[in-house]
Design a protein around this ligand. Sequence first.
Ligand code: GDP
Length: 367
Amino acid sequence: EERDIICAGCGVKVQSTDKSELGYAPASALERDVIICQRCFRLKHYNEVQDVKLTDDDFLKILNTLGNTNSLIVKIVDIFDFNGSWLPGLHRFVGNNDVLLVGNKVDLLPKSLNPNKLVNWMKRSSKELGLKPIDVMLISAEKGHGVLDVANRIEELRKGKDVYVVGCTNVGKSTFINRIIKEFGGDEEQLITTSHFPGTTLDMIDIPLDDGSALYDTPGIINHHQIAHYIDKKELKTITPKKEIKSMVFQLNEEQTLYFGGLARFDYVEGERGSFVCYFSNEINIHRTKLEKADELYQNHLGELLSPPGPETKENLPELVKHEFYIKEKSDIVYSGLGWVSIHQENVRVQAYAPKGVGVTIRPALI
Ligand code: GDP
């Protein structure tokens, strides 16, 4: 008798007949205790990004499904990777449904950062990106901070409707869902099941709510612009802060450069000597050099002195792209998924580099 094997990574049905189809895993992999499909395996171990077409196609189908529902949509973003985890396009599909925006990983932020400033910035950015959330809340899914408040707010906002939780991979959606299950799904008799998205092979987890509605956890969508996809798991650990980030202050003269590992670069192009406050994972190595030597240093030392990436993953890293900024007021230059540099001088000129596709944005200084 055949039973479906489900990928422990993404939840698709595992098959070992067609390599090009979703859920493929070689027969040998089916012997393991924990079975994951090749797509998830590659992503995990070889830093190889999934077939774009397939993912985006399924993503579109999921978005269409959401648009046809009468529901509350809870969208989770990683506040450390706001742009990278945004899910562009979602706003065109939500229809008349309300969106509750939840920023996760608030435990990583420096205590000196005022959460209200962050929430206001998230509201403004959302509007610029075309979405007007009904509310914006901050949580730490891992520590449990704010999760109960979000659960209560969901209860208020859903007005008896179903709830869909969406977010791209790595925002902490599973961590959040597991906490929510404890808050909502207290009743042991209610079984958590999975349902199919129409027209896709992707499953969503279906958590019954006590009035007959359900909370659906949709698959984490891979966003190819996240820096997480260009490095391996170990390197991701290095760049991902694990606890409250501590700032590092650099006194810079004009024409000086900072490298954040080999993943990002900051040039102080023009202005008086001043301090630049860097907010990155405490484990990321910051290297200072002269602007005129910066290109050469990168050419010769990417993958060693300037790492992550390592000697192998540097091959996958897209070229660094330059973003120029004229700073009129105290601002943060934000490298999506990495951190930010806070500039307290006014009327200075800077440049920021990040791998092609990785967002670099400017915002009024949060601290
Ligand atoms: P998913 O892919 O969106 O389901 O994300 P996961 O729940 O698997 O979490 C992705 C990563 O983020 C894991 O390494 C988690 O430990 C981490 N993470 C999740 N929530 C938090 C949080 O509130 N704070 C911090 N610092 N890390 C978190």
